[in-house]
Ligand binder design. Structure first.
Ligand code: GLA
Length: 399
């Protein structure tokens, strides 16, 4: 994550790298997200409740006359060059694979693209569970499609839900992470000062105003590298599928775990003989119900109750889903010792990454100081804190 650069600095940098003048340069941006509640429910057809951040991926872009798609990031020394005609070749790139993956999925879906020079400015911390990858993917999708439309004189529709789905496909098929839709959807559809209540089964959603009444959303980063996270993530997914296959024998009308009610689950859970598999399913089903109750609490201005659901969510992710680990647990424990904290939980996939806490405005400084101290003493790692506002979703930036 580099220092924040403004629009004119970014354009200047773009010209230093790629030459030419300001003419034809356009800028696009899409944010990272923090999930407030509803974890590991998206790929089970359940509910999630994320909010877009103001930390984002910004792309400075200009079309080319050929089919080259060139990439560079403000905080990386290397330039990556690729062709829109040989996109299969770039899957193994450490940086650039999200971008080429999106181009590949767009073309496979029939969209017409044009070559381009792109400069990325990413302010979402990488690998921290705040969807830096979804931010890059969605920003890339709207960039490529807009440039294609202008350069080729086309009117291909830029439907933001479709852009989220294309971005998810890039991550599933091209990058090889079997993620759900939450991150890309939140990045595409975010709205300032609102969270998104999304039903991942049919993608119906609405924006819920975040009237936090004197509370702030504080994100704390464990700064722990997420080793093996992708394989553990995929393992949780298959465990959920296993649980669902058993329950479906008794609830044949259900199409996913998200469609099974608490009552149905309690009636048939003994049929899942393996305790680990049963626990995974129990987390998903109770967490799904917690999302509904949390949104209701927020609508009733009951932040304290909302916070209690967050705490319960973390406990379930720790004990039943087993995706927290010592660092995330320590951050949450330290957070809950501070007066003025309504709730705290891990956010995103887990296995490291970040926590999200709802903290009274006047307690934020103490929170950062004390949680930082306590966490560093217990783990030997310095955490980072972000008091990010809730921002808008993917869009072109015109000023
Ligand atoms: C990651 C995935 C999402 C979701 C969360 C867990 O962020 O990309 O699709 O599954 O983990 O809730």
């Amino acid at each position: 994550m580099g220092l924040h650069m403004n629009s004119s600095e970014l354009k200047k940098r773009f010209i230093e790298i790629y030459g030419g003048s300001e003419e034809g340069i356009r800028m696009f941006s899409s944010p990272g997200r923090v999930n407030l509640i509803g974890e590991h429910t998206d790929y089970n057809g359940g509910y999630v409740f994320p909010a877009a951040l103001t930390m984002s991926s910004t792309v400075i872009a200009r079309p080319r006359n050929d089919r080259m798609m060139n990439l560079i990031a403000t905080d990386l020394g290397i330039q990556v060059r690729g062709s829109l005609d040989t996109l299969e070749e770039y899957k193994a790139l450490k940086w650039g694979n999200y971008q080429y993956g999106v181009a590949d999925e767009l073309q496979k879906a029939g969209y017409k693209l044009v070559g381009c020079d792109l400069l990325y400015h990413d302010t979402v911390p990488l690998g921290a569970g705040l969807s830096s990858s979804a931010a890059i993917e969605v920003a890339t999708a709207i960039t490529l499609l807009t440039l294609g439309n202008t350069a080729l004189g086309l009117k291909q529709p830029i439907d933001m839900v479709e852009m989220a789905l294309i971005s998810q496909k890039a991550e599933n098929n091209y990058v090889g992470v079997n993620c759900g839709i939450m991150d890309q959807f939140a990045s595409a559809m975010g709205k300032a000062d609102h969270a998104i209540f999304l039903n991942c089964r049919d993608l119906s959603f609405h924006h819920v105003p975040l009237n936090l009444k004197g509370y702030k959303i504080v994100i704390a980063n464990t700064n722990k590298k997420r080793g093996l996270a992708d394989s553990k993530y995929n393992e949780r997914r298959s465990q959920c599928e296993e649980a669902f296959a058993i329950l479906k024998q008794f609830i044949p009308q259900a199409t996913c775990l998200g469609e099974i009610s608490m009552d149905e689950f309690n009636k048939y859970k003994h049929e899942i003989k393996d305790e680990i598999i049963r626990n995974r399913a129990e987390h998903v089903i109770v967490e799904d119900d917690r999302v509904l109750k949390s949104v209701e609490a927020l609508n009733n201005d009951n932040i304290e109750l909302f916070g209690r659901y967050m705490i319960a969510s973390h406990g379930s992710l720790r004990d039943l889903y087993e995706v927290t680990g010592a660092e995330l647990d320590t951050l949450v424990e330290e957070a809950l010792r501070i007066e003025g904290v309504a709730g705290s939980r891990m956010t995103g996939a887990g296995f490291g990454g970040c926590t999200v806490s709802i903290v009274r405005e006047e307690a934020v400084d103490t929170f950062v100081e004390k949680v930082g101290q306590g966490y560093a003493e217990k783990t030997g790692i310095e955490p980072s804190f972000y008091i990010s506002e809730v921002g808008d979703g993917g869009r072109e930036i015109t000023k």
